[in-house]
Design a protein around this ligand. Structure first.
Ligand code: NAD
Length: 365
């Protein structure tokens, strides 16, 4: 098998964390005897500087031809005053749209050695492990009519049956490999579009009798995520609700530098850390590479079905944190300060160790 991946390192710390992720990816691929075929393209601010636009047609064509895209981050002060369509972030929206990425996955997993980084109490978040599955290409962010004038502003929240069906299928399939529970989050007590969403999800549920389905209003879900996050397995929700809930869920686990994400479509997939380009620490070998490396683990799992490799990589991250290594963003005085490259190398070492233990039958997954 060839892992054909387009790299879009982008701006700021994007290239640093992408380099770290690629080092890990190449190492894992070699261990699992698969080849990587990596093509790196300019994207975001660096593409504006070189080609005048954040996403060129050529870059898009390269993305279409690969199995997956690994993105760093885009943006920076020097491009902030450009008009909206010419900004680095506009390239991101165009990329997601053109690749047809209708589902966004954000895991909310608490590393056991990282409990003290959360603003919530240890006993509340301990063993939390759920995902927020957000519909990404429909709903109120794209619905027409939209606009505003002097006296009013308006948007339209609309979902077609097909849009809800495809993401509901994905949610139930994901729950099958996890703890077999889907919580569909909506506002069906107020919004007709949510009632429709709920009806479609309930219909699709009939194909998955072994999965538990519960419906929850979004206001209650926001409260439940901070009250008792352990109750969730897969949260399935619309674009706007998922936008908000995934940020809440992300923060219960600690730092921005730790959060990976995946965006999936019917033909394409994009993996990226949740954080931005962090211009304040760019070029200092100080960025936390864990979000980017954990995005590689998601890629191995979702695009390449290399479940074992993904599991070992997640475990290697956990083990590295257990050794007390911390980048600046998550550093406290009882820990050992690590640079981007030191953290990356430690994760590779731990990967090697777990891999060897497993080969000897010591470690059981
Ligand atoms: P940011 O995520 O870049 O940074 C917020 C804070 O978190 C900063 O203090 C930064 O140093 C820290 N941080 C972020 N990631 C880190 C990491 N891996 N390791 C250590 N510390 C980390 O958000 P921002 O400052 O609001 O935005 C900066 C630029 O990034 C803007 O141009 C914004 O538009 C862009 N942005 C891009 C994306 C993306 O590419 N997907 C997402 C968000 C923001």
């Amino acid at each position: 098998m060839n892992l054909k991946i387009t790299l879009l390192p982008g701006d700021g710390i994007g290239p640093e964390v992408t380099k770290a992720a690629v080092k890990v990816l190449n190492y894992v691929a070699q261990k699992f005897d698969v080849a990587t075929e990596l093509i790196s393209k300019d994207f975001g601010g660096v593409s504006i500087d070189n080609f005048g636009i954040p996403l060129t047609e050529e870059t898009l064509q390269v993305c279409y031809k690969s199995n997956a895209v690994l993105l760093g981050a885009v943006g920076g002060h020097q491009w902030e005053n450009l008009e909206h369509q010419k900004k680095p972030e506009a390239g991101l929206l165009k990329l997601r749209k053109n690749l047809g990425l209708f589902a966004n996955i954000r895991p909310a997993k608490v590393y056991s050695s990282f409990l003290d980084a959360s603003s919530l109490k240890n006993d509340v978040i301990e063993d939390t492990d759920f995902i927020v599955l957000r519909e990404l290409t429909g709903g109120i962010y794209f619905g027409e009519p939209r606009g505003y004038n002097k006296s009013k502003g308006w948007n339209t929240m609309v979902y077609s049956e097909n849009e809800v069906e495809r993401i509901a299928h994905l949610a139930f399939k994901m729950a099958k490999d996890r703890n077999k529970k889907v919580t569909s989050v909506d506002k069906a007590n107020v919004l007709e579009v949510s009632q429709f969403w709920r009806n479609v999800v309930q219909n699709i549920h009939q194909d998955y009798p072994d999965i538990q389905l519960e419906n929850m209003y979004v206001d209650n879900a926001a409260m439940q995520i901070v009250r008792n996050p352990k109750q969730f397995d897969v949260i399935l929700t619309s674009n706007i609700f998922g936008d908000i809930l995934s940020d809440i869920a992300g923060m219960i686990t600690g730092s921005l530098g730790m959060l990976p994400s995946a965006s999936l479509g019917e033909k394409h997939a994009l993996y990226e850390p949740v954080h931005g380009s962090a211009p304040d620490i760019a070029g200092q070998n100080a960025a936390n590479p864990i979000a980017a490396i954990a995005s590689v683990a998601m890629m191995l799992h979702h695009t390449f079905q290399m479940t074992k490799a993904a599991e070992i990589l997640d475990e290697a991250i956990e083990r590295t944190l257990k050794t007390g290594l911390r980048t600046t963003d998550i550093f406290k005085e009882q820990y050992k300060l690590a640079s981007t490259t030191e953290m990356t190398d430690a994760i590779i070492e731990n990967f090697e160790e777990i891999y060897n233990e497993q080969a000897l039958g010591v470690f059981t997954l």
